[in-house]
Every structure is written in structure tokens, then in C-alpha cells.
Design a binder for this molecule. Structure first.
Ligand SMILES: C[S@@+](CC[C@H](N)C(=O)[O-])C[C@H]1O[C@@H](n2cnc3c(N)ncnc32)[C@H](O)[C@@H]1O
Length: 268
């Protein structure tokens, strides 16, 4: 069952559906079967581009599955900027381009790296579309996110038993980074590319540098998966980089230690 309030809106007659399509972290075979079905049948496939005519990582993952003779290919501008006053009008313009297709009854598949619901451009677009036309149906296809891909590549769990997991952009102030490292067993730092030296310093201060793995362009060509973070401290890292800090498989040791402690008879 699903609450009425959480049910997807039915599409009004003649209006297409906007699909937020998760396409995974890079390897094309990490696309889900559902994403593949929508991708190969939607009349319009759109992607976020930094500038007009630009490509994107998500588009490069999926373009081999798109048929230009049947499907329109649409790069929409979403600049990489923190100037919100300029961003919102550009997002609105991109949303209006999409709405023209949706109002003409065409479904649009908007592709997103990793999983749509985790720090994606689609989330901004969704809000803008909702403001401009709340009747447009929006559906999301979940996917493999960079977090789960990185854990698989590094061979370390994101959480085992009762362990806690935190996910935080590494661009936060170092006091926050330190706090999560001191209170959480597993931490995933997103968006590390420009702040790696600062993050390395915090990892050293908290004694967790030995548990850290840097994953850059994970599962894609030219991927980097390494525990030697210092080697990349003064190099230009790809934007698609994260640092995973996790205990190596030590859960059984912890259980044994707890069991041994419980079996010790209380002191007389
Ligand atoms: C805007 S967020 C998008 C996250 C994405 N929606 C997901 O589910 O993984 C971009 C950040 O995700 C991380 N990221 C995305 N893809 C990655 C990959 N293939 N390898 C390593 N990190 C990745 C990086 O930290 C990057 O700065």
C-alpha cells in the first residue's frame, strides 16, 4: 500500500511524464532494467549541461542506448555556480524547454549520475517544474549511487550490524567534518575534489586517515580507487570524487570481544 498523498499524480490528458532517471555511477551495465526501458522508449532524453551545447557525464553513460532517429536529445543548461540569483532564471528557462515537450504529450527522461535522490540537479529541476506547473507528473527511477559503488570497489561496508553511517559534502566547515568523524563509524565525504588537502588534515587529526579510501570516477574509465590520499593532495581531481572512511572488516572481532566481556564472571 502507499498513502494517497504519496501516490504519483495521474497525468492530465495530453501531458507527458517527466522521468528522473538514475543512470548509475559510470559503468553502463550498472543501469537498472527499468531505467533502460524508460531510456529506450521515451521520445525525449534530456541531460544537465554546464553550458549551451555541452555534454554531461550522465549523457555519456547512456547515449549508446538512445536512438537519434526516434528520440530527441536535449542538453539543458544548469551552470555550475553558487550565484543563486543567476541560477534560478537559467533553471526556469531549462524547465520551460522541458515543459514545452511535456505539454505536447511527450514523456521526457532526464538522466542523472548515480541516484536521482542524492544531491542531483534533477532535484532543483523538479522544484522549478512544480512551481511552474504543479499538474505535471514526475516519476523517479532509483539507481546505483556513487556511495554503494564506492563501497563495492573498496570492499568495505557502509554499515554492518548497528553501525552508524553519515554522508556529508566535504565542503562543510572542518569542525563539522571532525564532528561526524568522531561520532560515526562510517562516513562518506562527497564533493571532495577541491578540498582534499583540508579533508586529509582532518582525517589525520582524528586518527582516521588509515581507514580512508579515495574513489574518483568509480566504475568508469580512468577510475581511481586508492588508500593513498596524500598522493592526490596537490593534483587536480575529477569532480566525481568521494572519500569513504570505514572500518575494515572488524565486526566479528567486535562481537567476539563483547561475548568475551559478557562471559567474564563479575568481580567478587
Ligand atoms: C552532485 S553529486 C551527485 C551524486 C549522485 N546523484 C549519486 O547518487 O552518486 C556529485 C558527487 O557525487 C560523487 N560521485 C558521483 N559519481 C561518482 C563516481 N563515479 N565516483 C566517485 N564519486 C562520485 C562525488 O563526490 C561528486 O562530487
Amino acid at each position: 500500500m502507499i498513502d494517497d498523498a504519496l501516490q504519483p499524480r495521474p497525468a492530465p490528458d495530453g501531458v507527458g511524464t517527466l522521468w528522473g532517471l538514475s543512470v548509475g555511477p559510470g559503468a553502463p551495465d550498472l543501469l537498472t532494467l527499468r531505467a533502460h526501458r524508460i531510456l529506450t522508449t521515451a521520445p525525449v532524453v534530456a541531460w544537465p549541461a554546464c553550458r549551451p551545447g555541452g555534454s554531461s557525464y550522465a549523457w555519456r553513460i547512456v547515449r549508446q542506448y538512445v536512438d537519434p532517429s526516434r528520440q530527441e536529445q536535449l542538453g539543458l543548461v544548469f551552470p555550475m555556480s553558487k550565484d543563486w540569483s543567476q541560477l534560478i532564471p537559467v533553471w526556469q528557462e531549462s524547465a520551460r524547454t522541458l515543459l514545452a515537450h511535456l505539454h505536447a504529450g511527450r514523456d521526457v527522461a532526464f538522466v542523472t549520475t548515480g541516484d536521482v535522490m542524492l544531491y542531483s540537479t534533477f532535484l532543483h529541476l523538479w522544484e522549478v517544474i512544480e512551481e511552474l506547473d504543479p499538474a505535471v507528473p514526475v516519476l523517479v527511477v532509483p539507481g546505483v549511487s556513487s556511495l554503494t559503488a564506492a563501497a563495492a570497489l573498496a570492499g568495505v561496508p557502509l554499515g554492518q550490524g548497528d553501525e552508524r553511517l553519515s554522508v556529508i559534502p566535504a565542503t562543510w566547515h572542518e569542525d563539522h567534518l571532525r564532528e561526524v568523524l568522531e561520532t560515526t563509524e562510517t562516513v562518506v565525504f562527497m564533493k571532495v575534489a577541491r578540498v582534499l588537502p583540508r579533508l586529509i588534515a582532518v582525517l589525520e587529526q582524528t586518527g582516521r586517515i588509515g581507514q580512508a579510501v579515495l574513489v574518483s570516477r568509480g566504475t568508469a574509465e580512468q577510475q581511481i580507487v586508492t588508500r593513498d590520499l596524500r598522493r592526490f593532495a596537490d593534483r587536480r581531481l575529477n569532480y566525481l570524487s568521494l572519500v569513504l572512511v570505514a572500518r575494515r572488516r572488524s565486526f566479528l572481532d567486535r562481537l567476539r570481544a563483547e561475548a568475551a566481556e559478557a562471559s567474564v564472571p563479575p568481580a567478587p
